[in-house]
Design a protein around this ligand. Structure first.
Ligand SMILES: [Zn+2]
Length: 120
């Protein structure tokens, strides 16, 4: 049987869930925002195959893009760089997912605690 708690105390289950989310965040490595795309592009030289009909574009190129303060930053990456980047991007997505879960859990739990206090 779980220990009895005051209604304004965090539930044991909620506290454990919070701790699990915190632990998961601690295990993440570097987190890199943005996204990675593979693109084929024309170089623009009039005599090049990329300007022929049908065009044979150059690439694929790995391109990292990141929107910051309304401006899009881009960076071209080698295959090795793209592989590394992929892991950091995954970590960033995971971090955002965990933060969202922490927010949802916290909203539920703090609503409950606030409700319990207001009824006193
Ligand atoms: Zn070209």
């Amino acid at each position: 049987m779980p220990p009895r708690q005051a209604p304004s105390a965090p539930r044991v289950g909620a506290a454990a869930q919070l701790q699990a989310l915190q632990q998961a965040i601690l295990t993440l490595g570097f987190v890199r925002p943005g996204s990675l795309v593979r693109r084929y592009m024309p170089c623009g030289k009039p005599a090049c195959r990329c300007m022929a009909r049908p065009p044979r574009l150059h690439g694929p190129y790995n391109q990292w893009t990141y929107k910051v303060a309304g401006r899009t930053k881009t960076m071209r990456l080698s295959e090795d760089q793209a592989r590394l980047c992929q892991e950091w991007l995954r970590n960033h997505k995971q971090l955002k997912r965990l933060v969202r879960q922490m927010e949802q859990l916290s909203l539920r739990e703090t609503d409950r605690v606030l409700g319990a206090i207001s009824r006193r």
